[in-house]
Design a protein around this ligand. Structure first.
Ligand SMILES: Cc1cc2nc3c(=O)[nH]c(=O)nc-3n(C[C@H](O)[C@H](O)[C@H](O)COP(=O)(O)O)c2cc1C
Length: 140
């Protein structure tokens, strides 16, 4: 059985793209080996991550991620059983938002993932992926 999970967290220390890229280069190996796909968005000191895969694999990874001290306040916003993945080809895509991103700032002025519904935040992640933000895809 496959699931999709969405969580939010706050970065500890400066959230540079270099730090996250180095986290992700090892993460992608693990994800490939364990059948995990998804997207990691970062910006404004926050991470939003979608993880898809077998339920047990997603749970095991989520537990590792929660214990990671490079972020805090990890809060699961959404979990659903799925028959199809949204991001089947991405061992972990990386979407970087600038601090004054109009997507968040103007379109969603009161956006606070810690108080928004999971479905709303999931839709926002989809919008970000679809709207031509700089997305770094894992090498094929
Ligand atoms: C925001 C964030 C997202 C992460 N995403 C993943 C991921 O998709 N896959 C992965 O294997 N590790 C990911 N990690 C790294 C894990 O938290 C963890 O460091 C890694 O799995 C190694 O685990 P270990 O230290 O228990 O060996 C992420 C870390 C952070 C801070």
């Amino acid at each position: 059985m496959q699931v999709r999970v969405l969580y939010v967290s706050r970065a500890v220390g400066p959230q540079t793209t270099t730090v996250t890229a180095s986290v992700l280069s090892t993460a992608r190996e693990y994800n490939r080996a364990n059948g995990i796909t998804g997207v990691l968005c970062q910006g404004q000191g926050l991470y939003l991550q979608v993880l898809e895969g077998e339920r047990s694999a997603v749970n095991a990874l989520y537990a590792r991620i929660v214990a990671d001290r490079r972020h805090r306040d990890v809060e699961m916003l959404h979990l659903e059983e799925i028959t199809r993945r949204r991001y089947p080809d991405w061992s972990m895509a990386h979407v970087v938002l600038s601090d004054d991103d109009p997507m968040i700032g103007m379109k969603h002025p009161e956006f606070d993932p810690y108080s928004a519904t999971g479905v709303f935040v999931l839709r926002l992640v989809d919008e970000l992926v679809a709207s031509g933000h700089r997305i770094e895809l894992p090498p094929a």
